[in-house]
Design a protein around this ligand. Structure first.
Ligand SMILES: C[S@@+](CC[C@H](N)C(=O)[O-])C[C@H]1O[C@@H](n2cnc3c(N)ncnc32)[C@H](O)[C@@H]1O
Length: 238
């Protein structure tokens, strides 16, 4: 079994509780706002690495229809419970089990860093989008701060820490140029890359509280230091 899949199967209940809880909801809403602002409302969306269906729910609330895909069956189970009216499937981001030109929009929140072959995922995303369809990806950015996170997570795994995202998964964090080049290489146009920040939930108080105060300032004034990167593009056509 894939190591990422096993991890998310194991922590699906913690994840869902956490990101739907007080701290997590504000975090997820913040990044969802960014992603939503880069997508057409009211369309048919595929959420790749959908987890427990938080963004699928948001997209539906904004008037659209959505399908979620995730490598972890237990995360998908929570998604089905959260949005029984939507379709969910278990699968990997680089082989999307959909016909060409099916969707108006594709989103991926906090999952792209795990994808071993980002070029393959973007080629698949391009294929299943209709002409004029839009893609929006929010993933961890590579900054002076985040560069050390994988090392901390690897150490966490060695000492047996059971926390969301903690493990040695060969994650990749991206700079603005890297993600723009990947989207360009897959054929997307109208590419935009921005930053979106918010205190990471693994921080303990009072560091979390402090980070929460500081991060909006960073997002506005020093975006190159922000934790997440939000990239968008369009499949050429009508
Ligand atoms: C941090 S969670 C984010 C979940 C959800 N997008 C959200 O915003 O709450 C990362 C998710 O990506 C999924 N994932 C990781 N690698 C994947 C892959 N190659 N294909 C599909 N899903 C993947 C994991 O199973 C997990 O549910």
């Amino acid at each position: 079994m894939n190591k990422v899949q096993r991890h998310y199967d194991e922590i699906a209940d913690i994840y869902d509780d956490r990101y739907d809880g007080r701290r997590g909801r504000s975090y997820h809403q913040h990044i969802s706002d960014h992603v939503m602002s880069m997508l057409p409302k009211g369309g048919f969306l595929l959420d790749v690495g959908c987890g427990t269906g938080l963004f699928v729910k948001r997209y539906i609330e904004e008037g659209g229809q959505a399908v979620g895909l995730d490598i972890s069956p237990r995360m998908v189970l929570y998604g089905r419970q959260r949005c029984p009216e939507s379709g969910f499937c278990v699968g990997t981001a680089d082989v999307l089990p959909f016909r060409d030109e099916t969707f108006d929009a594709l989103a991926s929140l906090l999952a792209f860093s795990y994808v071993p072959d980002p070029g393959a995922m973007l080629a698949e995303s391009y294929r299943i989008l209709k002409p004029g369809g839009q893609i929006a990806i929010c993933t961890l950015s590579r900054t002076v701060f985040t560069s050390i996170v994988p090392v901390i997570y690897q150490m966490g795994e060695r000492v047996g820490l059971k926390k969301v995202g903690v493990g040695d998964f060969g994650e990749r964090y991206y700079t603005n140029n890297e993600i723009a080049n990947l989207l360009d290489g897959a054929g997307f146009t109208d590419i935009s890359v921005g930053r979106c920040s918010f205190a990471h939930l693994n921080l303990t108080d009072p560091i979390f509280t402090l980070a929460r105060k500081v991060e909006p300032i960073i997002e506005e004034r020093l975006p190159y230091l922000a934790y997440n990167i939000c990239a968008a593009g369009k499949k050429p056509g009508s």
